[in-house]
Design a protein around this ligand. Sequence first.
Ligand code: UDP
Length: 321
Amino acid sequence: MHILVIGGAGYIGSHAVKALLKAGHRVSVFDNLSTGLEVNYFKDAAYTVGDILDYPSLQKAMSQDVDAVIHLAAKKAVGESMENPEKYALNNIAGAINVLNAMSACGVKRLVFSSSAAVYGEPVYLPMDEKHPLNPMSFYGFTKYDMEKYFDWYDRLKGIKYVSLRYFNAVGYDEDGDVRGLEKNPQNLLPIVMETANGTREKMKIFGNDYPTRDGTCIRDYIHVTDLGSAHAAAIEYLKTAPESQIFNLGTSEGISVLEMVNKTEELIGRKINFEFAPRRPGDPAVITASAEKAGKILGWKAEHSTIENIILSTWQVYKR
Ligand code: UDP
């Protein structure tokens, strides 16, 4: 199939491109390079630099015999979304509407979407499955929730079938070293641990050590991007037969605490990581874990690269340079 990957030069997108090429698909990427990087380009994929808010360019990319779209182009910083909701409304919501309208105009009927655990908000039960109540706590989470609602309507009205993949905490790097782009000014835990280990930062903060968890720090469900990549390929396979639209959680159901991540990194790479305990970060639930049973049953997907060792070592391989 010919797959258009919107946002395919970014961190998760480039791992998805690798999985799609490996599965034998023709891959075209549309990316505005706002966070995507040329260093992530694969020689077997075709790249167009363009923005989803530029509708004519988007429609042009969509009009080239595209069989399916993977839409990953979105802003993703939770904190920024609360300070600058306008940017998130425009890029995420208006951007997704442009993607849907371009698909509709070009007769493209299959969509894979990168959603997020942020649609759930504070856990009511754990591990969270897809039936868990949706109560996003950030504007970012709301935009993902809202986009899923648009997809529902375009399924009903336009016959566009979609698979929404709700990622939990995406981490790790391609083990063959094919994706090497580092995020500028990362906000997420593991890149910050890595930047502290390689000397980019002098010290890091652990937000809160008084949570009701085994060591007092927050627990999250970390999923390797290579596993996310294979889920995109599996979602495309699923959509080939045009069945019903679906929503899947992608996680391991295992939780790792912040302190465990820091300690295990020290142990595996043999370096000291300077940290201090700091107050809780507003809006952080104590524990989040996913049930990805549904993705296992329907997509035949399971996490195969997401051990803590592999997560840390594959990331260090990129950060140590
Ligand atoms: N965290 C931390 N220090 C940092 C960054 C993150 O202690 O410098 C914690 C954060 O409070 C949360 C966990 O690490 O409990 C994962 O945070 P991240 O921002 O990576 O992902 P989130 O779970 O918020 O989507």
